[in-house]
Design a protein around this ligand. Structure first.
Ligand code: SAM
Length: 276
């Protein structure tokens, strides 16, 4: 819908995920300028504003009232007020409230403008050293073991890097379930307390990571992003199998025969078996 003349703007403002130094100058300027700030937890945001010497009108917008609160907020925007939307940490709408307000504002022709900044998923991906050209964000897994395991099982063949949010209560179980669904050796990263004092980014195979977290209580404290390398693409899996067969067959057969057999059995091109 075309922007309504005379209406205000809804600014979607990212806030720090730990280190307050990550609030951008533009975010601060926007929060100063708007008529009111819609916040997931007004007490939390009041503290953030106080740290920066700001005091602004705050309106509660959380998962329990968003359905009812969106329409009056859109009416206010249409009447010309500008509002900011923030969550407790990181980027609103990313495993946080805001989707219904943003959708309603856009449907009403209100301008919605992002003030980008921290998000735990991108921060974790940027430091993980896993393939980052394509990735899938899965948010939080179910707290129920059966649903969580089924969800992970359904992702076992996904070739893109997988990103999950997890809490300290479940990190141990989740890593064990991931090792079961994706295999003990699947490369993964556990990014904990990013931008904070006890930030750690652990990498390794899933079973090894599960063990480290199980054996060290400190590694179960705080907030977590878990990243898992995607499954090998079908073609890569064939080549991996072909190379494995070639190496074994070479122990008993001349290389050319071993390569022919390995290529036939795996479906990988013969040439691909000599490299790597
Ligand atoms: N909107 C936020 C964002 O953009 O990242 C995410 C909000 S979600 C309710 C909170 C979850 O994000 C935490 O349980 C944790 O999984 C992850 N998270 C937030 N801050 C983090 C940090 N500093 N280090 C690691 N994970 C973090």
């Amino acid at each position: 819908m075309a922007a309504q003349a005379g209406s205000g703007t809804l600014h979607v403002v990212a806030t720090p995920i730990g280190n307050l130094g990550d609030l951008s100058p533009r975010a601060l300027e926007t929060l100063k300028r708007v008529d009111a700030i819609c916040a997931e937890d007004t007490r939390h945001t009041r503290q953030l504003l106080a740290h920066f010497g700001l005091e602004r009108p705050l309106l509660a917008l959380h998962e329990h009232n968003e359905g009812d609160a969106a329409a009056p907020l859109v009416a206010r925007l249409l009447a010309g007020d500008s509002l900011a939307l923030v969550s407790d940490a990181g980027t609103p709408l990313v495993s946080d409230p805001g989707f219904r307000l943003v959708r309603a504002a856009r449907a009403a022709g209100v301008r919605v403008s992002p003030v980008p900044g921290p998000s735990a998923l991108v921060a974790a991906l940027s430091a993980a050293g896993l393939p980052s050209d394509r990735f899938v964000f899965e948010g939080f897994l179910s707290a129920k073991a059966k649903a969580r395991r089924e969800h992970l099982q359904a992702l076992a063949a996904e070739p893109r890097t997988l990103i999950f949010y997890e809490s300290s209560h479940r990190i141990e179980e989740t890593l064990a379930d991931m090792a079961m669904a994706f295999g003990d050796d699947r490369p993964a990263v556990v990014a904990r307390e990013l931008t904070k004092l006890f930030e750690t980014v652990l990498d390794g195979g899933l079973a090894g990571l599960a063990r480290r977290v199980r054996e060290d209580a400190n590694q179960r404290k705080g907030e977590f992003v878990v990243l898992v390398q995607g499954a090998p693409e079908a073609a890569d899996a064939k080549v991996a199998e072909g190379r494995r067969l070639y190496a074994r067959l070479c122990e008993h057969l001349p290389p050319s025969t071993a390569a022919k057999l390995a290529a036939d059995l795996s479906g990988a091109p013969r040439k691909a078996l000599y490299g790597g």
